[in-house]
Write a protein that binds this ligand. Sequence first.
Ligand SMILES: Nc1ncnc2c1ncn2[C@@H]1O[C@H](COP(=O)(O)OP(=O)(O)OP(=O)(O)O)[C@@H](O)[C@H]1O
Ligand SMILES: [Mg+2]
Length: 510
Amino acid sequence: MITGGGMGRINSVVDSAPLYVRGLIATFSFTILFLILKKEYIFIYIILFSLLIIFLLYKIKKYILINKINNDKIIESKVSQVEAQIVFDSSESLSNLSKFIEKRSSGKPRTTYELRVIYKNGEISGTLGFKGPESVIEAEVFRAALPTLIPGVRIRRLVINSTDAGGSSMQEHTGVKGEDGRTGMIYLGRRLDSPVPAPVYLSMNDIEGHVGVYGSTGSGKSTTLSVISRRLRRTGIDVLVIDWTGEYGWLKSQGFEVLDPQRGDLPVDVLSCDKVSWRSLAIEALVRALDLTEPQTFMLQQAVEDGAASLREVYERIGSLPEASKWDREVKRALLRKLGLLFAGGVDRAFRGCKFPGGKSVVVNVSALRGYYARRTYVMLLLSMLFTVRASEYSPGMKPSPLVVVVDEAHNVSSQIFMTILSESRKYGLHLVYATQSPAIIGDQALLNTNTKIVHSIRSQKDKRVIIDSLGLSDAWMERLDKLPRGSAILQKASEGKPVLVEIDAERES
Ligand SMILES: Nc1ncnc2c1ncn2[C@@H]1O[C@H](COP(=O)(O)OP(=O)(O)OP(=O)(O)O)[C@@H](O)[C@H]1O
Ligand SMILES: [Mg+2]
């Protein structure tokens, strides 16, 4: 990379002239030199000539590289739904981005990428267009991932050209007005890092791409979740709060219905639902939630695939399996002990029968279920059910009415289904707003697929590191992140790349 001021100026003069003009000037200077200089100064002439050749070769190499990238197969679409404006430090970083896109595009057949490069005054910049149903999410993934994955590439701005850039549009389902009259916004609080108090809103687009709330215990996560839940409901959007700790019952006064799974309000025995095929889903959820070993998984799989019509029947079938060997007996008993946790008194009604939440806002009081494993299994089965029903009802072009699922203490249910919802459910109108004290446990993939992040005070070094990298913050935040006052947070929205400091307003209604 050439950085010096003098060299930079020479570069910009050379770059502004077309290649053939540069060649003509070089030949002309060469002839003049030859005529002026006497034969005994021939060595000066040779040195100058060599320098000129080296310089020209360097320029031609860059020119060829950029044209090659421009002509690559990446270019497929004419109009991009989302465009990222990019600045490159060097031609190497441009070439690395090109390789990254090629690799990524083979795993994303539904998204097309268009990279256009501008090479001007010694600077390389350009736009990367995204087209396809997941273009907005994909652009956000690039924005979040590039600073860490490819040094020297910076996304300056994302421009969304089409309102139909991906899946359902929450905007169509809400007419609520924010303080300043903007529709489809929910009020979050006020900015702390601006000289004048400025209100901060979350747009429906910010929520559609999922919202993650992170922070150590007592930092204000649950308060932020309840602020978002009740303000979202006021916009007319259905919200389902999974209440892990029993803190959200008060939302009843805000128009939510409180469901008690222990009383059988929302049973999740997916095997007894007849809507879609649930078998693999049930196995996946049970294996993850109950930490089953491989032999236990195998035994469970056989019982489920044998055609058991309910979870209870699976439990009974396993109970009546013959015990051919000591090994069989041990696997069977350990599995029964774990499954038995779902049928103990006090929780069994949550796993008996199958009901879908109707079109209204509810708080599912999971905290009432006795036992960590029963609670975890219940939530994973519920998430699986919500996802699969929506996926099975979806057809291309349809705009399903949105449902926002609010999950506190999300590290407890971090699983394949959680990841699937984050990466695939946008088009089905299913959106997550979750909180966790440990971004490190939920993992990089979950963070990458969460477009809006609200970061409260974090004390753990490991979690601080993960969040700082994910938001692209400077290392100075390692010192500052644990000093954020309760209720204050760094907010990075889907619609604006630059993080801002906000104070979440838990009081005011908008
Ligand atoms: N934005 C806010 N404005 C005023 N008070 C707040 C705000 N956020 C949190 N608090 C207060 O801070 C305390 C802790 O908040 P909260 O329960 O939301 O934290 P948390 O991160 O969910 O903690 P935990 O990890 O223990 O669940 C509560 O007493 C709450 O009233
Ligand atoms: Mg909490």
